[in-house]
Design a binder for this molecule. Structure first.
Ligand code: CP
Ligand code: NVA
Length: 298
């Protein structure tokens, strides 16, 4: 039984397989010779908001021949306290796969264990594996292999997106620099688990120097809303803007997982100057996740 629960637990060959399968999925959209989810029922079980992840999985499952149910966790008994392990044992007996967006990483792992159906992490507080696989595919689609390149993440270095970038870095041999205040830097334990070449620094300008990819994410992740004011104060300055872009390589890409908050983690002019890349990146979620789904059931 395969799952995609994190990039920490995804092997390098499996990561490379998914990345290699994304291009053909994109090319064959609308004319797939084989529908690996034909006759299958998949559920999306979400406890947090979503635009891209929800729509790309709903469309992707259908395009691969499957049927999809969207379950908002607050509208099923889970929201009234039914344990995950019981929910998983019920859904596992009725469904063929599950895509879960929630808070605790442990909850996705418990669901996978008790449901015994392929389970995908569609974002937890800890990781966002589907996003970072897509981001790497998008970088390579536009610039070639990411191995040996310098990826610079600017902003909240402790949230799900940079953590998944950390677990990809060693496996795909690129350098990762996290430009983030001390308080938002990943723990030494997390850095040890990730391995590879990861530099954490408060020096945003130094970090951006020679970047092949400048990347950012929101300052206030879902679930952290009560810290909004504090985060805006503490992360002020950790922004991708025109001045920072000048320090990167001339052909550097600027990417954002979206949603974007202009004037915070990225300025309006830089966002719009790189909108084509950023929206290609968003569109590639569909193709990469179809590659993930196919990999899971084969
Ligand atoms: N990037 C991303 O996961 O977007 P959504 O929250 O809209 O799914
Ligand atoms: N770090 C962000 C990612 C949104 C796609 C969050 O968790 O809200």
């Amino acid at each position: 039984m395969k799952h995609l629960l994190s990039l920490e637990t995804l092997s390098r060959p499996d990561m490379e397989h998914i990345l290699a399968a994304t291009g053909p999925m994109k090319k064959e959209r609308g004319c797939h010779a084989f529908l690996p989810l034909a006759g299958k029922f998949w559920a999306l079980l979400f406890s947090k908001s979503s635009t891209r992840t929800r729509v790309s999985f709903e469309v992707g499952i259908r395009e691969l021949g499957g049927q999809v149910l969207f379950l908002n966790s607050s509208e099923i008994q889970l929201g009234r306290g039914e344990p995950i392990m019981d929910t998983a044992r019920v859904l596992g007996r009725m469904l063929d796969g599950a895509v879960i967006r929630t808070y605790a990483q442990h909850d996705v792992e418990e669901f996978a264990q008790f449901s015994a159906i392929p389970t995908v992490n569609a974002l937890t507080d800890q990781e966002h594996p589907c996003q970072i696989l897509t981001d790497i595919y998008t970088y390579e689609e536009k610039r070639g292999p990411i191995a040996g390149k310098r990826v610079v993440f600017v902003g909240d270095g402790g949230c799900n997106v940079p953590v998944s970038w950390m677990f990809a870095a060693a496996k795909l041999d690129f350098e990762l620099r996290l430009a983030t205040p001390k308080k938002f830097q990943p723990s030494p334990e997390l850095l040890r688990r990730a391995g590879g070449k990861i530099i954490c620094t408060e020096d945003i300008r130094g970090a951006a120097h020679g970047a092949d990819l400048l990347y950012t994410d929101v300052w206030v992740s879902m679930g952290k809303e009560s810290e909004s004011a504090e985060r805006r104060r503490e992360l002020a300055g950790y922004q991708i803007n025109q001045t920072l872009v000048k320090l990167a390589k001339p052909d550097a890409l600027v990417m954002h997982c979206l949603p974007a908050y202009r004037g915070m983690e990225i300025d309006e002019a830089t966002f719009e100057a790189n909108a084509e890349t950023i929206f290609d990146q968003a569109a590639n979620r569909l193709h990469c996740q179809k590659a993930i789904l196919h990999w899971l059931v084969s």
